[in-house]
Write a protein that binds this ligand. Structure first.
Ligand code: NDP
Length: 343
């Protein structure tokens, strides 16, 4: 390939205005321990949008790209994805042409057709396992976040209960799936909608125990109903990716010595905690950031979690997230491609 293509931005702003598509010369063959990676699938996660907007702490680095003979300083977003190795340097030991890889470092610029990277910056995903491309492309962020939030804060045993909001999100679906695999029960909160029963049915098909809406939390009998569901067992883990008033209400379901883990802020509203739950139930509040987890943990620990998730995915225990694949055809001009990207 002599040319590469990427979705880029020059300065932060509304993605629908600042994103464009550019074509630029591909770097020469990889040397030493570097590899050429062709990007097969490049997910769009909420944090990618926040990165383009400039409100996410981890930004894609500035790159010098030669676009139509002009040197430009541009950022290529894309935190995760699935790549295929198309060429390897003479010093590469553990990868060969045709291997599938995911990206070990955040903001690796996956919204592009490919790049040259160091062997150590990619993690091989065993294609022989039968894992699907969609599952592999979305492995590093959402399923890993769900897995870690279910294991890092509370020592949960089969039969224990977890409450989460944003339950129909990709992370929420992963929480439901992984909780079910561990024999945990989940109470799942979503926004009220016309097609509530369809979403409820789908989440239950993944393993959700109960699905209710934030409005249901307004019901003064909700605590009693939940106690009936749990048989009086204390709920010790609550997961929050929404914030605002409905989260405060959700926290009233926390049992003794519960932990609430906040990992997102979809409602873009402040988070407040009911003092009574803090005082009388000894609630502990944490934040979780998967990017930080990758920095803190050893390569062995990262590989262990990845391997466990790949096993679930390859054996059909972990479904692909609901997704839509948008293709930018190579025959389109950069201008036409930009129109697609800006939606
Ligand atoms: P998805 O795009 O799959 O889902 C978004 C979810 O947010 C949906 O459930 C949607 O519900 C809900 N939502 C959107 N706007 C609002 C609102 N105003 N009030 C209530 N709910 C709302 O998201 P992901 O699973 O990819 O990510 C979910 C969250 O987790 C994001 O905030 C993301 O940044 C965060 N995240 C954090 C990580 C970390 O390491 N801390 C790692 C991965 C994700 P509806 O269907 O009703 O619109």
């Amino acid at each position: 390939i002599s040319q590469l293509r990427a979705v880029v931005y020059e300065s932060n702003g509304n993605p629908a205005s600042v994103l464009s598509v550019v074509t630029y010369p591909a770097p020469p063959k990889p040397t030493g321990s570097s590899v050429t990676v062709k990007h097969l699938l490049s997910p769009v996660n909420p944090s990618d949008i926040n990165a383009v907007e400039g409100v996410y702490p981890h930004q894609p680095r500035a790159r010098q790209l030669n676009v139509n003979g002009q040197e430009r300083t541009l950022h290529i977003p894309g935190n995760e994805g699935l790549g295929e190795i198309t060429d390897v340097g003479e010093g590469v030991k553990g990868l060969s042409k045709g291997d599938w890889v995911v990206f070990g470092k955040g903001q690796s610029g996956t919204w592009s057709s490919g790049q040259i990277l160091e062997e150590g910056d990619v993690i091989k995903v065993d294609r022989e396992t039968g894992i699907s491309a969609v599952n592999a492309a979305t492995l590093v962020v959402n399923p890993t976040t769900a897995y870690n939030m279910l294991s890092e804060f509370v020592d949960l045993r089969p039969g224990d209960w977890v409450v989460q909001n944003g339950a129909n999100s990709a992370v929420g679906q992963a929480v439901i799936t992984l909780a079910k695999l561990r024999g945990l029960n989940t109470i799942n909160l979503i926004r009220k909608r016309d097609e509530f029963s369809d979403v409820e049915k789908y989440l239950k098909s993944l393993g959700a125990t109960y699905v209710i809406t934030y409005d249901d939390l307004e019901d003064k009998f909700i605590s009693g109903r939940v106690k009936e569901w749990t048989g009086g067992k204390d709920i010790r883990l609550l997961l929050n990716c929404v914030g605002g008033k409905s989260t405060t209400r959700m926290l009233r379901l926390a049992g003794k010595n519960a932990h609430v883990v906040t990992y997102g802020a979809m409602a873009k509203e402040a988070l407040s905690f009911p003092p009574s739950v803090f005082i009388f139930n000894n609630l502990t509040a944490h934040g979780f950031w998967q990017t930080e987890w990758y920095k803190q943990k050893s390569p062995q620990e990262r590989a262990r979690v990845t391997a466990e998730l790949v096993k679930y995915m390859a054996t059909g225990k972990f479904k692909e997230p609901i997704h839509e694949i948008v293709k930018i055809d190579g025959t389109l001009s950069d201008e036409e491609a930009t129109e697609i990207v800006r939606g």
